[in-house]
Ligand binder design. Structure first.
Ligand SMILES: [Zn+2]
Length: 433
């Protein structure tokens, strides 16, 4: 172990000690401190007996194996170093979060947040908007067999005075977030702003230099871009000039990077799809009533764009504005029914920094318009291929990564069973809780 690694472990140790009250963190700490050698080696060969495995459509009894860190279902294999009895559990691909900001916006707290993800069975998470500065400093605490796997956009591109500038300044002033930065230091660190093609190229060079996994762009009420552009009343409530979006998408695609667009309205969503966006980071009606047009749905279908729900954001209005909440939820139902009927790529993500995508799954189930199989697919396979499109994850098939969650009951019969976890296996190793 190098000096660097020792210093890193010291830091982990301090961070973990703060959370010793959490038995979960203790269990994880044990894993973190397992010797480097044993974690970097391939996991042991394991046979999983008596599991009912989800094949994308239904559950079937199979014997599963972890061999060289990947899943195998070959009938010829009977021997394995160890055997685990799944006791008739329902095995599903790991759950997944396609929209959050709770990793990469601070140095502290990562082990606790990672533990929360793993406990919820959520192994993959996408961060469309975080600081490259923090990402660098927490890199060794994520994307390991005993932590959550995360993909980052770093910070996104917006117009002058656009979202998320006001939010960043507010979080800093009110809650002391980003203590390493002054308000004046936030441009090009906590957000990127461009109003002209020339500025767009200049900011693109900065964004590209930070090696994002994908690119994030803001469109907010772009049908009113000219009206809002210079009006202080709309500070933080505007985004990039929609006319610049096609150029940004071209630049990103030339670098093999996908583009995720924050949208508010149906107009934003259609504009993003026409410009070639790959991911819609929020579906309109997330927090206020908004109808997605048939034309926009057709554009989404043709582009096979990933449409991330974040509908549980509406819940923040439930108590204070019950009428608004009821109308929003009704519009969510109406949109979901039509999106599902069109066969678009629906993906589950929460945008809830206080939790994981588990709350979003509960919210979507409570709307009562999507069948349990669709919900499960949105939360597993559709999300996994959005977060890490180049990895063999999200399916329980021969040669896929050996990560899965075993449930105590059938989530197709009762979706509540998706929240009753019997066992978590990540990268070929059962997690100790
Ligand atoms: Zn967000």
């Amino acid at each position: 172990m190098t000096m660097d690694a020792t210093a890193r472990d010291g830091r982990r140790s301090r961070m973990l000690r703060r959370s010793l009250g959490l038995s979960l963190a203790v269990a994880l700490a044990a894993l973190f401190f397992t010797s480097c050698a044993s974690l970097s080696a391939a996991p042991p060969e394991i046979r999983f007996d008596n599991g009912l495995w989800f094949n994308g459509e239904e559950f079937e009894p199979r014997t599963g194996y972890v061999v060289d860190g990947v899943l195998r279902f070959s009938k010829t294999r009977r021997e394995a170093a160890s055997v685990i009895d799944l006791d008739e559990a329902y095995v599903v691909p790991p759950f997944c979060e396609a929209h959050n900001h709770n990793i990469g916006d601070a140095v502290d707290g990562v082990p606790e947040i990672a533990a929360r993800y793993l406990k919820d069975g959520v192994f993959y998470a996408m961060m469309p908007g975080s600081f490259a500065y923090y990402r660098e400093r927490i890199a060794d605490l994520i994307n390991t067999p005993t932590s959550v796997d995360v993909s980052f956009a770093n910070n996104g591109l917006t117009g002058a005075g656009g979202h998320p500038r006001r939010l960043r300044e507010f979080l800093k002033a009110r809650f002391g977030k980003y203590p390493e930065f002054t308000k004046e230091m936030l441009p090009d660190k906590g957000y990127f702003e461009a109003d002209t093609l020339e500025e767009l190229h200049a900011k693109w060079a900065l964004i590209r230099a930070e090696n994002p996994d994908f690119v994030k762009v803001m469109l907010l009420y772009s049908e009113e871009y000219e009206k809002r552009k210079d009006d202080p009343a709309f500070y933080g409530k505007r985004g990039l000039d929609p006319g610049l979006l096609p150029a940004l998408v071209r630049l990103a695609h030339e670098s093999d990077l996908r583009v995720a667009v924050h949208v508010e309205t149906n107009f934003d969503m259609a504009t993003a799809l026409r410009a070639g966006a790959d991911i819609i980071a929020h579906i309109p009606s997330k927090s206020s009533p908004e109808r997605i047009s048939d034309e926009t749905i057709r554009l989404a279908k043709d582009a096979d764009a990933a449409l991330v729900t974040t509908f549980s954001l509406a819940r923040r209005h439930k108590v204070q504005s019950p009428d608004r909440y009821a109308a929003t939820v009704e519009s969510q139902r109406e949109n979901l029914v039509r999106l599902k009927r069109a066969g678009v790529n629906l993906v589950l993500g929460s945008d809830n920094v206080r939790g994981t995508s588990r709350g979003e799954a509960r919210h979507l189930a409570s709307l009562g318009v999507l069948d349990n199989k669709t919900l499960l697919q949105m939360w597993t396979v559709n999300c996994a291929r959005t977060v890490f499109p180049d990895r063999k994850i999200g399916r329980l098939e021969d040669g896929y990564e050996a990560s899965f969650v075993a449930l105590k009951g059938d989530p197709l019969a009762d979706f509540e069973n998706a929240f009753r976890i019997h066992m978590r296996v990540k990268d070929g190793r059962p997690l100790p809780f």
